[in-house]
Design a protein around this ligand. Structure first.
Ligand code: TUI
Length: 321
């Protein structure tokens, strides 16, 4: 079954469940525009998640999902809220949903884990999940090591459930490429940061718009939780400390609360501006609807244009003028 039929959405595009950012205004707008809006529950209390779910239902009557960041301690409470509020789709990240699969199944909830490798994709398929988001290291936030270009075809060949591609996709060319590599849909994070409906501080949006292809880097490898974000003075200090084998305590002193600092206070120098490598392509702020419709119009154009590869029937001798 196609991912659009499976989830009841018009366009095969998920909006990444970005912690502290992907709240009701963004998720509701994405679902209204025909994509899958996703509420990022990372960092929310159970009560705050309930509030965001209810607000999203006020904005849209179309399907939406909740992303569960499995490293969070309050996951069992968040899952209770998802069930009580009758949310029918969850995406998961940064861990395995195995302990909660029977509960999800019992309540008819579709489960779509985000995975960084073939091994984890296969493990998730064996758990009985409904689809997979294969996320390359180009993505923002918590990332694996494999690029989208290498990961997508390998995951698509390894599993028989629908695959959604993520990491480095911000326009119609990216969608067409993901389809060519075996995906049925895409998940986009970074480009949604530069939308009117994205509820971040203006400085966060500007940092994304002003960034180029080399603006991001990965920190936290020494802690076992690599995170991609836009370079700034906090990130430089963090990397320097990491190179000196600083302790977890020392590192956490400068990174704790840094995502909130960037998202809410607009401190893009000392805060954590999580974004993907494709940020260089994101140069203007648009509405969510403009973004989604133009991306799919471009993807269709690209796919029409790429229909044929010219292969010479006979090799000719090169003639140098
Ligand atoms: O989760 C993400 N991206 C995120 S989460 C996040 S919140 C955060 N805040 C502060 C510091 C660090 C993180 C920001 N960005 N992407 C999905 C993702 N999941 N990427 C990698 C994985 C993953 C990793 C290991 C999924 C499963 C897994 O293991 C499962 C297993 O069975 O071993």
């Amino acid at each position: 079954m196609s991912i659009t039929t499976l989830l009841g959405i018009k366009y095969p595009i998920f909006q990444g469940g970005m912690a502290q950012i992907a709240l009701a205004p963004l998720a509701g707008a994405v679902s209204n525009a025909g994509g899958l809006g996703i509420i990022g529950s990372g960092g929310l209390t159970a009560d705050r998640l309930r509030e965001e779910i209810r607000k999203t239902k006020e904005i849209t009557n179309k399907p939406f999902a909740v992303n569960l960041m499995l490293m969070m301690k309050n996951i069992p409470e968040l899952i209770e809220v998802v069930i009580e509020e009758d949310v029918k789709i969850v995406t998961t990240g940064a861990g395995t949903p195995a302990p909660y699969m029977p509960t999800f199944k019992e309540h008819g909830i579709k489960v779509i884990p985000v995975v960084p490798s073939v091994k984890i994709a296969k493990k998730m398929e064996a758990l009985g999940v409904d689809a997979i988001v294969a996320e390359g290291t180009e993505a923002g936030g918590h990332v694996g090591e494999t690029t989208t270009m290498a990961l997508l075809p390998q995951v698509a060949s390894a599993v028989s459930i629908p695959v959604v591609g993520a990491g480095g996709i911000a326009d119609g060319r990216g969608i067409a490429a993901a389809f060519a590599l075996g995906a049925q849909g895409v998940q986009v994070g970074t480009r949604f940061l530069a939308t009117v409906e994205c509820p971040t501080h203006e400085n966060f949006k500007l940092a994304v718009i002003n960034a180029d292809d080399t603006s991001t880097t990965v920190t936290g490898r020494s802690l076992g939780g690599p995170v991609r974000s836009i370079k700034n003075s906090m990130i430089a200090e963090f990397l320097e400390l990491e190179n000196k084998n600083a302790s977890r305590d020392e590192l956490e002193k400068i990174s704790l609360g840094s995502l909130r600092k960037a998202v809410f206070e607009g401190d893009t120098d000392r805060g954590s501006v999580m974004a993907g490598q494709i940020c260089g392509l994101v140069n203007e702020i648009t509405t969510v609807e403009e973004m989604i419709t133009s991306m799919f119009a471009e993807a269709q154009e690209v796919l029409n244009r790429l229909g044929k590869i010219t292969v010479l029937e006979e090799e000719k001798e090169l003639v140098f003028a």
